[in-house]
Structure formats: C-alpha cells, structure tokens
Design a protein around this ligand. Structure first.
Ligand code: CUK
Ligand code: CUA
Length: 644
C-alpha cells in the first residue's frame, strides 16, 4: 500500500486540527484511498472540486442543451447540476408549454404558422455592461429554426422567442454588444431571404448570407424586432461571430466558409461536397460597422423590406464604408475578441494555426482605403498579412478561444488533437497543452470572453466521451471536463457527464453577480412580469359560469387546493386560474388534472392559467405534483365531467 504522508494530510485538514483527529482521519483516508485505488493527486483534485453540504459554488455555468432545445445550469467547481431551463422545447417539470402563459412564449417561436417543438441550441450569451457580465439576461440561439430566446436571470424563465425573418438557418448567434444594446446573429447555410422557391442554379443571385442586428432593451430584457435589421452578405456560409468591445466597440466580426459558393455536391452523381468547399486557400472574415449601419437602417432609403423586416443591401453597406472582408484560414470556426477589444483570434479547423488579427491595423487599412481587391459582390478586401499581428501553430483542429486575466494569455480548443492549448497571443508562443476526452468543441472560461476574465478554470466541452463513463447504450453522454488553470500548467480535475444533448457552448459567471427572486409578488404572471388577471387571494376562490365557459379562480397553499370540486358539463370550455399563496422559500406546488395533459409549476406568488375543453366524460382527480408537505398527498380534488 502507498503510505499517506501526514504532512500532506495536515495541509488538507488545516493546522488547527488536533493530532488525534488527524491520525484517525489519516487512517480513514488511507483506507478509502486504498479501497478506491486513489492516488494523492486524485485526492487533491477531489478536494478542489468537493462542496460539503451547504457550500455553494463560486461560478454558475449556463450551457446549451444542444438538440434538447433547452439550457443546463450547473456550478463550478463542483460540476453539480442545478437546473434545466425550458427554452425552445416544452419542459413538463416547469409546466413550460403546458400552461397558457408559457405556451404563449413557446408559440412565439412558431415559423410561418407551424409549431416548432424542438431547437438546436448552440451559443448562449450573458448580457454585458461595459463588456462585463451584469447577471441580468441570458440569450441563446437555435441553429435549426433560426431563432433567439431571452431568459430572465431573475427567475431563470424564458420570456421571449424571436424568429429570424429572413434566415433559413443560423449558427453565428447570439452575441451581445458591450452594453447589450444589440444582439448579433449571423446566418449559416445561405438561402433566399424571401420565402419563395429559387432553384439552386440561382445560388449566386438569389441566395444570401447575412448578419441580423437585433435591438435589445437591457432595461426590460426584450428584443425589439421593429427596430432590428439584417446586413445582407454574399452567399458564403456565415459562421461564428463576435462583437467588438473597447476600441472595437461598434464593430462586428463574422467568419465564413464555402466562399467558393460551391453547390455541386448537392446534386446526385456530383463529387462530395467537402472537396468543392475547400478549393480556396482562405475564406473571409466579415468586418462590419453595425453601429453605423444601425443609424443608416433608420432611413427608409437605405433599406429594403423583406418579410416585414429591414435589410441593408450590400452596396449600401459598402458605399458607407461599413462592410469589409479579410482573408482568413480555410474553414474557420471561432472568432474571439480579446478583453481589450484590440485583438481577434480566428481559428481555422483545417489550418494548424491560430491567426491573431489586430483591430488597430484593420482600422488603419480601412481609413486609408487600402484594399487588395473586391469580392464578386463588390465588397472591399483588406490584406490579410497587413491585418495580422501574427500566427501561431497550435496543433490540429483549433476551434475556439477563451481569455484569462493574465495579459496575452489565451486557451484554445484543438478538436482533432483532443487538447486544450494555453498560449500567449501577443508573444505568439505556446505555453502548455492538456489532453481532454475527447474531441473538444467549445471551451468555457470563467467570464472568459468578457472585458474582465477571471481565470481559475477552463471547462472543456467534449463532443465524445467514448470510454469515460458507464456505457449507457450506443448514445453516450457528452463530457464536460473541469481544468484548473490557476497554476503554471493546466491540471484536469474532474469529468461531468452531460445527459441532455450536445452542449456546444457554455458561459460562466461569478455566482455573486446573480440575484434571483425567492418569491414573486402575489399574483404574478411570471412570463410578462405583470399582475395576472386571474390573481386570487384566500377567500376569493370561486367558479363562474357563462354559458359553456367555466372560469375557476383557485388557490394552492399547504395543504389544500381550493376549490376541491369542479363539476362541469361535457363540452364546457374550462379556464382555471391558479395562484400559489405561499410566501415561504421553495414552497412550489404543481398542479395537474389526470388524463388532460395539463401541468403547471407554481412557485410562491405565481398565478398560471390552465385551459382545456372538458371533452371526455368521467371523474378526474387533480392534485399537487410537488412533494410540498407532510399532507402533500392530501392536496387534491376532483374534476367531475358529466354528460348533461
Ligand atoms: S459549435 Cu455550433 S457546431 Cu463549435 Cu459553436 Cu459545435
Ligand atoms: Cu402542494 Cu404537494
């Protein structure tokens, strides 16, 4: 057996601990280590991530839930799951998509009248003030059905979904500008902006890429579609984006691929797609002045209206010196602006280098109108070499970047090498590499893309986990790995299986910046924040009938549902307004009526509406679905539906 040095243990336990306790703890620890086959370094790593009961995490992570269309919330360093947030997909626990208030939000995401009940979430973003997280709002995009959702961090509920009026697919959302005045959303697969059929042969004329600049009101946390616009771009496949900050505030940056505009592989019998999409040596970084374009969008003569939405044509953007292209390594993925806003790092999946662009150099080229040419759509191209601070060979498949508080220090994911590389983007020097398991996509630093990165940890968001966890069938969980970056070299601390979709990207914020409600004002419609028309106080419970319409004003409080009987005729249209009268922390009641596919989660003070047609006859118990008290099972009643 490997002996456990008491010097090491006294470091673990602190010097004030008595020798007796220390020695009995030493014995216990040695026993556990032996039984579980743990090394000393394992125990140190465990201690770095362990939260004793009641101890909370320093950081809170908001992770995309990938194909689940939801978000996942967890703590760092414990990597303990805290919550799922229903966003683009119904979520029964929270009643999301089952009560009328949440249905209304979910149905804002209908596209051309069609209900969409899933989403492919990729990139969450937290609202910013002066480029720093302010802990107020969270947004996330849906790649499959181009949409953006807004979540209020006062209650972790989705409040708004906006459908992109012109894109048919998007990947470059969502990115807040430095004071959350706007949200950038770039398209992915080029398609016509209108909703009509255009043959693929008209690709170059009728298909378009673009970036939508959504107006956001950070005071009320809502996107203002009428005040938003889209910058028309060539039919290159736009990709990840970032918004400038500091000296690059007002500018946006968007990667692209398939600048060859290759479409041949789509037809049967043509060579595979990738070859045609990789013919050129470089693609284009799109550089645009969204601030100037926003001002221009207010004048009708600068925009054309497509699907009731303002679009600034490319020639208008070019004429106003607001849209430029810079060559970038082939098939790029991330473009990430550094904390000062001066440098942007672009990684190309097919290039082993990271390219560090210097915004000061870019601005100078723009000012001097120093172009090396124009693309087929007349957009000026800036010289790549003259825009670059430099390039560094990092390894195979560099994708995304996160910054640390150390000047020039950056962490980059290497997809093909399955590594995180720590390097200095100013000195253009690799410092350290750490293996991850496996095939990392994004990585999440602690506030790592803000003006105020915290360092401490990097989380590797791995696309494959292969052999890291118990096999749970051919579909494996994804793997989030926590890496300690506080030392000279990186140290991988622990793995966490993520059991809900592919979590493309996650953002982490200091827990001290979050101040969610414990309860609502009595009778709140939580999706609008307004007082609910169905608010019902104790003693006001009643059932009103108006022809076939039955309205029930109901309350929930330990341990009664009032009223306890609802008798209606078959075919009646029933509306139940439910108010949770509790003021105590965490006293949520749930409400369902058996067989009627209804559910609501009622946190203290919340009022929700359940609507249904009593179309099946019989006796249907209703009950509280949260184990809220010793008399929880008694918290019930009957819906009686009779044939009149
Ligand atoms: S991600 Cu969306 S393809 Cu690298 Cu931002 Cu996974
Ligand atoms: Cu209320 Cu159970």
């Amino acid at each position: 057996m490997k002996r456990f040095p008491s010097k090491f243990l006294s470091v673990l336990l602190g010097t004030a601990v008595g020798a007796t306790i220390a020695s009995s703890a030493t014995n216990e620890l040695s026993k556990v280590m032996k039984e579980r086959g743990l090394s000393e370094i394992d125990v140190v790593r465990a201690a770095k991530t362990y939260n004793p009961t009641g101890v909370k995490d320093k950081y809170v992570v908001f992770s995309s839930g990938g194909q689940s269309g939801q978000m996942i919330v967890y703590g760092v360093p414990s990597m303990r799951l805290l919550k799922y947030i229903g966003v683009f997909t119904p979520e029964p626990w929270q009643g999301y998509g089952f009560d009328e208030e949440s249905k209304k939000v979910l149905r804002q995401g209908n596209i051309r009248g069609r209900e969409i009940n899933w989403g492919d979430t990729h990139h969450p973003a937290l609202s910013e003030t002066d480029g720093k997280y302010d802990g107020k709002w969270l947004v996330i995009n849906d790649k499959a059905n181009p949409r953006i959702a807004v979540i209020d961090l006062a209650d972790f509920e989705t409040k708004q979904i906006v459908v992109n009026p012109v894109f048919k697919s998007e990947h470059g959302g969502s990115f807040f500008t430095q004071n959350s005045e706007h949200i950038l959303e770039a398209a992915q697969y080029a398609a016509p902006f209108d909703n009509n059929y255009h043959p693929i042969e008209e690709y170059k004329e009728a298909y378009r890429g673009g970036v939508t600049v959504w107006k956001f009101d950070p005071k009320i946390g809502r996107i203002k579609p009428k005040d938003s616009f889209t910058i028309e771009m060539p039919p290159y496949m736009q990709d990840l984006s970032d918004s400038g900050k500091g000296i690059s505030d007002g500018w946006g940056f968007t990667n692209s691929f398939n600048t060859e505009m290759y479409t041949g592989g789509i037809e049967i019998g043509m060579p595979p797609n990738e070859a045609g999409m990789s013919r050129n040596d470089t693609d284009f970084l799109h550089v645009y002045n969204w601030k100037k374009l926003y001002e221009l969008s207010k004048d009708a003569k600068n925009v054309k209206i497509i699907n009731d939405h303002k679009v600034i044509p490319m020639d208008i953007a070019v004429k106003n010196d607001a849209l430029f292209l810079i060559p970038e390594p082939k098939s790029p993925h991330g473009v990430d602006v550094d904390p000062t806003g001066q440098y942007l790092i672009v990684c190309g999946k097919l290039d082993t280098h990271a390219s560090v662009y210097d915004f000061k150099k870019i601005k100078k080229l723009i000012k001097n109108k120093e172009y090396v040419g124009k693309d087929p759509y007349g957009i000026p191209i800036l010289d790549m070499k003259k825009s670059l601070h430099g390039q560094v060979e990092l390894g195979l498949g560099p994708l995304h970047n996160q910054y640390s508080p150390v000047d020039g220090e950056v962490y980059t994911s290497l997809y093909v090498d399955s590594q995180v590389v720590k390097w200095n983007f100013k000195k253009l020097k690799v410092i350290d590499k750490e293996n991850v398991h496996y095939n990392i996509g994004h990585l999440a630093g602690m506030e790592g893309k803000t003006a105020d990165p915290q360092g401490d940890y990097i989380i590797a968001l791995n696309k494959l986990s292969i052999d890291r966890f118990q096999n749970v069938g051919p579909l494996h969980p994804q793997n989030h790995q926590l890496i300690d970056i506080s030392g000279k070299t990186m140290d991988l601390l622990v793995d966490m299986p993520l059991p809900l979709g592919e979590p493309h990207q996650a953002v982490a914020i200091r827990a001290s910046k979050l101040h969610p409600h414990v309860r609502y004002e009595m009778g709140t419609n939580t999706r609008t924040g307004e007082q609910h028309i169905g608010k019902t106080l104790a003693g006001e419970e009643r059932i009103e009938r108006d022809g076939k319409n039955v309205t029930v004003y109901a309350t929930l409080v330990r341990s009664h549902i009032n009223p306890e009987r609802i008798t209606v005729n078959k075919g009646d249209k029933v509306t139940i307004y439910m108010t949770n009268l509790e003021r105590a922390q965490d006293e949520t009641h749930g409400f369902t009526i058996d067989n009627y596919d209804l559910h609501s989660s009622l946190e203290p003070g919340k009022t929700a509406t359940l609507k249904f047609e009593a179309d099946i006859e019989g006796v249907f118990p209703y009950y509280c679905t949260e184990f809220c008290s010793a008399l929880h099972l008694e918290m019930m009643g009957y819906l009686l539906v009779k044939d009149p």
